[in-house]
Design a protein around this ligand. Structure first.
Ligand code: SF4
Ligand code: SF4
Length: 96
């Protein structure tokens, strides 16, 4: 049975978050993940490419414009890591 989550607004998101059943907003897509992106904020230039290109809106910006990954909704596609121009998003194996 699909696990339904309550979506919590925690900052601007780059992709529209649909409210339909089975959308990323309602499903814990993080449970699918094999690898996880880890952002090194000390090297981040705040270009927001990761935020714009994440297909699930799983990256949000804090009040200083720094990106953070919401691991409940990050499915580990690693688009963000590929798009980051300064390669400050590392790929780490998921520990289950
Ligand atoms: S790995 Fe994919 S789903 Fe997760 S934050 Fe990056 S682009 Fe979004
Ligand atoms: S793409 Fe890289 S440099 Fe740009 S905001 Fe995201 S983590 Fe920072």
């Amino acid at each position: 049975m699909t696990k339904v989550l309550t979506y919590k607004y925690d900052g601007p998101r780059g992709a529209p978050v649909m409210k339909a059943d089975a959308s990323a907003a309602r499903v814990d897509t993080g449970s699918w993940r094999v690898n996880r992106p880890v952002i090194d904020l000390s090297k981040c230039i705040k270009c927001h490419m990761c935020w714009l290109d994440c297909p699930d809106g799983a990256i949000y910006l804090d009040k200083d414009g720094k990106p953070h990954v919401d691991y409940t909704f990050c499915k580990g596609c690693l688009v963000c890591a590929n798009e980051c121009p300064v390669k400050c998003i590392a790929v780490e194996a998921e520990k289950k």
